[in-house]
Write a protein that binds this ligand. Structure first.
Ligand SMILES: NC(=O)C1=CN([C@@H]2O[C@H](COP(=O)(O)OP(=O)(O)OC[C@H]3O[C@@H](n4cnc5c(N)ncnc54)[C@H](O)[C@@H]3O)[C@@H](O)[C@H]2O)[C@@H](O)CC1
Ligand SMILES: [K+]
Length: 484
């Protein structure tokens, strides 16, 4: 099962792996033509009703494979308004075919035909069908022809079909197309089976790696589109650099404000690293349980994304305070460094992303290995038992929520330098403000890895974690835009 949103990400990852969207469109169109051949005798007539998006593009390809039929292609809109270059190229390739364009609904007429191909709207839909698609849908629904929908029946919204709790309903526009058959691509779309149509899934050649390995599509899916939210770092005591780095990375990843709650013995030092941070001191030289109620209250009141762990140290009372914090806190949090030790056996309503390195992972009871990718299944099981998202850091990073697992290959040897883990915790927190925990973990690993690669290009493998701070926004916003 795959949502339209995830499909778009996987598609972008496939392009980065060298399988272009045009190739996928060719496979999709081919699959549609095959469905038409299965439904219609060679002397039958076929009408293709196409929109201006890539759903229409798939059908233009199909038309090329249906020359043996009496086939008419109707474009809803002007050719100049076709939304993507690949759809336009496939439209242009129909030059000698029977093609028509309809720019207003009053001039739409469905030809007499045995088969209608509904390629008006695919996963790009939102809301009820607008004109002229609405009129065309009515004509298609009134006709006796066999209706074959491309990807989804026009009006069906695969993303709206998934509710907040992961439940699935059919989300079909009132005025949508009623299809007899659906040729859907790559995987089932949530809610499609609730319709009465006969659904087939066509393999269009998306490489398995596009789903398994993190790529630019994952980045785009989790990228914030503005600044919002507050990071709340609970860290520092024996160490001061770690909380400062994490807090700055959160700012670099789209947060509006970054607070660091730290013992007053080191608060001034943390503040002195960066004027952009707001440091809130509490009494003492390390975190102790007396601080917990105040910290929970602050984090909940401001809907903060918490980063718990950087620089806290391993004093018994500090770990006890970390445990108590997580037992009361109910919001999102990235758990890093020494605080990770309290997560196994923890009772919490908080949404956690745990970011262990090899040593920390082993101590939590997870696999002890240098080759995380090879241990991905074991890690998935570990995360399922833990009940939280795990982002295990290594040469390859592995992110898993216990059901879905993605591997991030971005990065460079110089990232073994101290502090890159703190950077990662801050990035994941920034993304957690908008994206789900697995999506934030996955994209966070990619952003951190790409920042390292850019750092290495700029200054060789001798870069510092603090040098990578400015690469973070360049990856998050710059790289996604470069691809557009
Ligand atoms: N993502 C992928 O991996 C692949 C996608 N493919 C095809 O691409 C489709 C998605 O293409 P697009 O993202 O271009 O989107 P669509 O082709 O679904 O439609 C987008 C267009 O519809 C318009 N629109 C949106 N809501 C509307 C409404 N309520 N009434 C009227 N018009 C409306 C938009 O303004 C936009 O012009 C898929 O369904 C599939 O058919 C295939 O080519 C194969 C690979
Ligand atoms: K369609």
């Amino acid at each position: 099962m795959i949502t339209g949103e995830r499909m778009a990400a996987v598609d972008e990852n496939a392009a980065a792996l060298g399988v272009t969207q045009k190739q996928l469109m060719e496979s999709s169109g081919n699959a549609v033509a095959r469905a038409v051949r299965n439904a219609a005798e060679p002397d039958s007539s076929v009408a293709i009703v196409a929109g201006r998006g890539n759903n229409g593009g798939d059908a233009f390809v199909a038309a090329r494979f249906l020359e043996a039929y009496d086939c008419t292609t109707i474009l809803l809109g002007r050719p100049s308004a076709i939304g993507t270059e690949i759809a336009r190229e496939n439209w242009d390739a129909l030059e000698n075919a029977d093609v028509r364009t309809v720019t207003d609904s009053s001039s739409f007429e469905l030809p007499e035909c045995d088969v209608v191909v509904d390629a008006m709207l695919g996963t790009g839909i939102s809301g009820e069908l607008r004109e002229p698609a609405a009129t065309a849908a009515r004509a298609i629904n009134d006709s006796d022809a066999t209706v074959i929908a491309v990807d989804v029946p026009s009006g069906f919204d695969a993303d709206a079909a998934v509710d907040g709790d992961g439940g699935v309903t059919a989300a079909h526009a009132e005025n949508g197309v009623e299809a007899d058959r659906v040729v859907t691509f790559h995987d089932e779309k949530p809610g499609l089976e609730e319709l009465s149509a006969d659904v087939t899934v066509a393999d269009i050649g998306i490489p398995a790696a596009a789903e398994r390995y993190v790529g630019p599509g994952d980045l785009r899916a989790a990228r914030p589109d503005g600044r919002t939210g507050r990071a709340f770092v609970i860290g520092g005591g024996p160490y001061t650099g770690a909380p400062a780095l994490a807090a700055q990375a959160a700012l670099r990843s789209g947060m509006e404000l970054s607070f660091v709650s730290a013992p007053d013995a080191v608060a001034g030092e943390i503040q002195s690293y960066a004027e952009d941070l707001i440091v809130q001191p509490y009494d003492g030289d390390r975190l102790v349980p007396e601080q917990v109620d105040g910290l929970v209250e602050t984090a909940e009141r401001h809907d903060d994304v918490v980063i718990l762990g950087p620089g806290l140290g391993t004093a018994d009372e500090t770990l006890e305070a970390a445990r108590q914090f997580l037992e009361s806190y109910t919001g999102p949090a990235v758990i890093d460094a020494d605080a990770l030790g309290v997560v196994p056996d923890l009772e919490t309503e908080a949404t956690l992303v745990c970011t262990p390195n090899r040593r920390e992972l082993a101590r939590m009871g997870g696999p002890d290995t240098d080759d995380l990718a090879a241990a991905a299944d074991e890690l998935e099981e570990f995360a399922a038992d833990l009940g939280h998202v795990v982002l295990a850091k290594g040469v390859d990073d592995v992110a898993t929520d216990g059901e879905r697992t993605r591997i991030c290959r971005a990065g460079t040897p110089g990232m073994a330098v101290g502090g890159t883990g703190d950077l990662l915790a801050g990035i994941v927190a920034g993304l957690l403000e908008h994206a789900g925990p697995l999506e934030a973990a996955t994209a966070g690993a990619y952003v951190n890895g790409r920042a390292g690669e850019r750092g290495a290009e700029r200054m060789g493998q001798g870069f510092l974690a603090s040098d990578l701070l400015e690469e973070v926004p360049a990856v998050l916003w710059g790289e996604a835009d470069e691809d557009e």
